[in-house]
Design a protein. Structure first.
Length: 379
């Protein structure tokens, strides 16, 4: 019956879906809740409701997505167009990116997850237990999740991460009355900006206070580690190369990128620090060799597990001094039970751990008793 109503709704609501996004007709003063580092979303508090706006959900220019979160059933909400209306007491949640999984763990909402695309990628021990018990549906292992299954499950909230190429899915879910929001955490350049998206999840689920507390703890840890590097007055910072080859193109973090900011804050001299870009740098091998031949350390070499594996993948890697000296590190030290990389799950929410790992690699004397969590040295 649900599917019949859904397809009938599509027929009669195409025109309505193209209605312009109107400004709210407000009868009260709204208060914007401060956000420290994230630039991709805003949270506005009303009386008994919140308005959550996504300004940068995917690359390129796009409309601002506006979501209304009802906090009380009696709230007088503004008369306006919203891209989704959500009850903050959500019980059934569907996520589509592993970066969002730690939010549920941190906010005590793990049991609310009912489906995820390719559950093998999830590393969270709490949620893996739920998967093993059959409490979480797999939405498919391909690049596209199963929209029909999502509709049949009637979730209270769906959170998607998109490159902007599947906005038709948003329309389909909206027409099926499935509240769906866009999470653009990966668009943030600052590590703490990505971590702050836990507030986005908190605002949608009635857990903003808890989310703010969790973020503040991470921010305090991160800034304390960063300050410890500055106070050390280090000289002759280690030079660092990052990235690897893919189809004869070397992909590396741009100088203003998330990965490059970590390197700077950890006290390293990144060889591409002056090259800024909206995405990753795409370089030819000869240029990278010229710039990075004598770099002290090589960070983040995809998922290689040994130097021999790197050599077998591309003999040219062996020309770098960092390879010859065995100073090559990857972020694949910790994996979930089914092979998922924790770096791509927990890393966004806990940049303080990533920073601590890198400080240990570049300046081990600053953290004599610490053992890196995400990073490992290749044998």
């Amino acid at each position: 019956m649900r599917k019949v109503l859904f397809y009938l709704t599509i027929i009669f609501s195409i025109a309505a879906c193209s209605a312009p996004n109107q400004k709210a007709s407000l009868t009260e003063e709204l208060k914007e809740i401060p956000v420290d580092h994230a630039v991709g979303f805003k949270i506005i508090q009303g009386k008994g409701y919140k308005i959550v706006e996504v300004l940068h959900g995917f690359p390129g220019e796009h409309q601002t997505f506006r979501y209304l979160v009802k906090e009380t059933g009696k709230a007088e909400v503004p008369e306006s167009h919203f891209d989704a209306i959500i009850d903050s007491s959500v019980q059934k949640i569907i996520l589509t990116s592993t970066t969002q999984i730690p939010h549920l763990d941190e906010l005590g909402l793990s049991k609310n997850l009912i489906a995820f695309p390719n559950t093998k990628l999830i590393s969270s021990k709490r949620i893996r237990k739920q998967i093993d018990q059959g409490d979480i549906e797999d939405l498919g292992t391909g690049a596209k999740y199963n929209i029909e299954k999502i509709i049949d499950m009637e979730p209270d909230l769906v959170v998607i991460s998109t490159l902007g190429d599947n906005l038709k899915d948003l329309q389909l879910l909206d027409q099926a009355n499935i509240p769906t929001v866009i999470n653009g955490d990966y668009m943030e350049q600052h590590p703490l900006g990505r971590a702050e998206w836990i507030k986005f999840t908190g605002a949608l689920t009635g857990k903003l206070q808890e989310a703010t507390k969790k973020f503040d703890e991470v921010k305090q840890n991160y800034n304390a580690l960063k300050s410890s590097v500055k106070k050390a007055n280090l000289e002759n910072l280690p030079t660092v190369i990052s990235g690897n080859m893919y189809k004869d193109i070397w992909y590396a973090p741009a100088g203003n990128n998330w990965g490059a900011i970590f390197l700077k804050d950890a006290g390293a001299d990144y060889i591409f620090k002056d090259q800024e870009s909206l995405g990753s740098l795409q370089l030819n091998y000869e240029y990278v060799l010229e710039k990075g031949l004598n770099a002290n350390t090589w960070i983040s070499t995809a998922e290689f597990t040994s130097l021999d594996q790197m050599k077998n993948a591309d003999e040219r890697y062996t020309q770098f001094s960092s390879f010859q000296q065995g100073e090559v590190y990857t972020f694949s030290n910790t994996r979930g039970e089914t092979g998922g990389l924790e770096y791509f799950e927990l890393g966004y929410t806990r940049p303080d751990i990533i920073l601590k790992d890198l400080i240990k690699i570049f300046h081990p004397g600053l953290l004599p008793n610490y053992r890196p969590y995400f990073y490992q040295k290749l044998d």
